[in-house]
Design a protein around this ligand. Structure first.
Ligand code: ZN
Length: 134
């Protein structure tokens, strides 16, 4: 598996409008877009920084994964996403290494990426996302 870079850091927030001023006005990042990913019940805001990106995640439903994360842990870093050259290869490699996958098949991720999550039990408590983008 070829890991190319840290694609983005996913941060769970209760409210994008409340979270954005810190990232824009204090950290000086630019908001380049937002997207609702229905399947994940999440609204994502993209703020590139250097070669990577901050992605703020607001739940669009009370039972969504981000809402549940905030209930358990409060707001904060929810996952780290690594850009891989080929996601199918990445998933196969992880399974070969005995890693537990949440997604055995790639699914749609924000920004048109193909993504798959590793189970955090396999990655020492960090929710790791593999991401392939054009
Ligand atoms: Zn992500």
């Amino acid at each position: 598996m070829k890991t190319l870079k840290l694609d983005h850091i996913g941060i769970a927030v209760k409210d994008l409008d409340e979270a954005l001023p810190f990232w824009q006005e204090v950290m000086g990042l630019e908001l380049v877009g937002t997207e609702v990913v229905e399947e994940q019940k999440v609204k994502v805001a993209f703020l590139p920084v250097g070669d990577t990106e901050i992605e703020l995640l607001e739940s669009t439903a009370e039972d969504g994964p981000i809402a549940r994360f905030i209930e358990r842990n409060g707001e904060g870093i929810q996952h780290l996403a690594f850009r891989v050259e080929n996601i199918e290869e990445g998933i196969a490699f992880m399974k070969e290494k005995g890693m537990r996958m949440i997604d055995e098949k790639p699914r749609y991720g924000a920004g048109g990426a193909k993504i798959a999550f590793l189970h955090p039990k396999s990655s020492k408590g960090i929710l790791v996302e593999l991401s392939e983008r054009e």
